[in-house]
Design a protein around this ligand. Structure first.
Ligand code: ADP
Length: 328
């Protein structure tokens, strides 16, 4: 059986982008077809300015939402990264095979570091080394496949490079993984700025649909989505990013195809109305289940405790082997 690993950072409230680009696939497909691990990657939340209490709260909330989205602890392993020491242990070894040049070339590093500097803050060293820790997350489990949105493609590519380099220098130790992406909505864009991705954000932006948004809030955000001055509904990611984004969201929610849907709609208004309703319907069961789970925090804690035990048992032999291989 294939081993699958993926993670979410507890850096904000989960969005429709996280759901369509990653979580939904994990629940509907990956946990059934593979030996799958899903991780709330809280160490990654420390790479930019953070509030300790908030990170702790968001870690629990993220895990609860992953369960609400359909992850089943009987089928997969759900845990919190910092509960398993092997991630940090392996990360250091991988820092000894990675180079500072390849870290500085990472697009997300360049974007996030520029944002930190714009805000007048300093850039934490961990922001630079973040992809190495992510590589450790993946390689510690002998992962074959990493289902992610396409914003993470470059980091998974780096993970492959590090695994290959380590194996070449120190002997066969790691499985070399590959990224997989959902067929549609691999990159959901911000409804107000359709050229940037719909990421978790501190500011509750009007262009971001959160998984826990009430139906009327979802409707308002989708109806106000920025399109363009055209009238005809066409699917053109480059020329008409706003409309293309709506078509992709609708397609992902209804199981359709964005090109075919473009032919069906005569106006942006109708497209928005149907997209809003489709999103509301997709989020409804997640929200209902989330309410139930919030009433049972002991259950969620138990899932995470057992998940960490299972994960530790899988990671330890791999990381121990890496320590031996590298000469320790
Ligand atoms: P974020 O970028 O929102 O902080 P994470 O880095 O925690 O999200 O990513 C969790 C998962 O969600 C990853 O697989 C990532 O590729 C996916 N993802 C995040 N944003 C989007 C988006 N806008 N569209 C599609 N997938 C996304």
């Amino acid at each position: 059986m294939k081993r699958v690993f993926s993670g979410v950072k507890p850096t904000g409230h989960l969005t429709l982008g996280n759901y369509l680009g990653a979580m939904r696939q994990w629940a509907a497909v990956d946990q059934h077809r593979a030996d799958a691990l899903f991780c709330v990657v809280d160490l990654h939340a420390l790479t930019v300015h953070h509030d300790p209490a908030r990170v702790r709260r968001l870690s629990r909330q993220t895990a609860t939402l992953l369960l609400a989205a359909g992850l089943d602890p009987q089928l997969c392993t759900l845990f919190v990264q910092s509960h398993v020491d092997e991630h940090a242990r392996l990360s250091y070894l991988l820092e000894c095979v990675a180079t500072d040049g390849e870290m500085r070339r990472m697009i997300q590093y360049k974007e996030k570091a520029a944002r930190e500097r714009e805000r007048g803050g300093s850039v934490r060293l961990s922001l630079l080394t973040y992809p190495v820790l992510m590589a450790a997350d993946i390689l510690a489990y002998g992962t074959d496949e990493v289902p992610v949105g396409d914003d993470q493609a470059q980091h998974v590519e780096l993970t492959r490079d590090l695994a290959l380099r380590f194996n070449q220098r120190y002997g066969q130790t790691f499985v070399v993984p590959r990224a997989t992406h959902p067929p549609v909505a691999a990159r959901v864009m911000n409804l107000q700025e359709p050229t940037s991705k719909m990421g978790k954000s501190e500011d509750f932006g009007p262009g971001i649909v959160y998984l826990l948004d009430e139906p009327d809030v979802v409707r308002k955000k989708v109806m106000r989505a920025v399109t363009d001055s055209g009238r005809e509904v066409v699917y053109d990611r480059e020329g008409r990013p706003g409309v293309a984004n709506l078509l992709e969201i609708l397609a992902a929610c209804t199981g359709g195809n964005p090109e075919e849907l473009a032919v069906v709609y005569q106006s942006y208004g109708d497209l928005k109305k149907d997209t809003a309703e489709a999103v509301v319907e997709v989020l409804r069961p997640v929200q209902v289940r989330h309410q139930e789970l919030c009433a049972d925090p002991v259950y969620v804690e138990g899932v995470l405790r057992e998940g960490a035990e299972k994960a530790r048992a899988m990671a330890r032999p791999v990381v121990d082997a890496a320590y031996r291989a590298i000469g320790l």
